[in-house]
Design a protein around this ligand. Structure first.
Ligand code: AP5
Ligand code: MG
Length: 207
């Protein structure tokens, strides 16, 4: 099962990804998480990526594609994978297609006002768990006990920039997957559980 998860910042990609990989036992490949991990470890890639991420800009394609290509070459991806936050440009979609085809591109839609509220209240854990202050007021992760943090790019000005860039880049990607007959668009303005119910129905049909 080879899945690409598309959607604006805050559409709920990460939240659905956690549920999908738990249920279908496939690796979760989040390019954003990969960069944040590199930033935390102080690697050269991390320092480079941070200079773009903090401004809400995309990290250049060559760096992102290399990371994804390396990850997809690992044995655990043979049975399938979930790509979260990749591709982000039409060039990334074309490069991915040279490596492998995909079974489905799930596109989560979400209202910009709702995503602004979601992102300004998000709390993240390094284990991948995601929370929102409206529904979770503790400072530690209930899964691993880690300290929750606010992402550096979750400031209102940076969120606006990320949403603008998303709007400028997404159409050709959607057209690319539509032409391949693998695009499925879902309304992400519902609860995580409601969205996941649809996701599961779609993925069970493919499996
Ligand atoms: P990335 O980490 O991919 O961030 P993003 O795409 O901006 O998306 P987010 O992670 O902010 O949102 P999400 O859709 O995952 O929402 P979540 O589930 O967390 O990328 C960050 C940066 O890295 C980029 O800006 C770029 O610089 C760089 N980068 C990454 N990939 C790249 C690439 N391929 N090319 C170039 N650069 C790249 O949910 C958000 C909040 O809402 C949470 O609090 C959650 O609890 C809550 N929530 C989620 N779903 C619901 C729901 N249904 N109802 C209520 N609350 C919900
Ligand atoms: Mg995410």
């Amino acid at each position: 099962m080879k899945i690409v998860l598309l959607g604006a910042p805050g559409a709920g990609k990460g939240s659905q990804a956690v549920k999908i990989v738990e249920h279908y036992k496939i690796p979760h490949i989040s390019t954003g998480d990969a960069f944040r991990d590199n930033i935390a470890r102080g690697t050269q890639i991390g320092v480079y990526a941070k200079s773009f991420m903090d401004k809400g800009q995309l990290v250049p394609d060559d760096v992102v594609v290399k990371i994804v290509a390396e990850r997809l070459s690992k044995d655990d991806c043979k049975r399938g994978f979930l790509l979260d936050g990749f591709p982000r440009t039409i060039n990334q979609a074309v490069e991915l297609d040279k490596i492998t085809g995909i079974d489905v591109a799930l596109n989560l839609t979400a209202d910009p006002e709702i995503v602004m509220k979601r992102l300004t209240g998000r709390r993240s854990c390094k284990c991948g768990a995601l929370y929102h202050i409206a529904t979770y007021d503790k400072e530690t992760c209930e899964k691993c006990g880690g300290t929750l943090y606010i992402r550096d790019d979750d400031k209102p000005e940076t969120i606006k920039k990320r949403l603008d860039i998303y709007a400028q880049t997404i159409d050709p990607i959607l057209e690319f997957y539509e032409a391949k007959g693998v695009l499925i668009t879902l309304n992400g303005d519902r609860t995580v559980a409601e969205v996941f119910e649809d996701v599961r129905r779609i993925l069970d049909d493919i499996d």
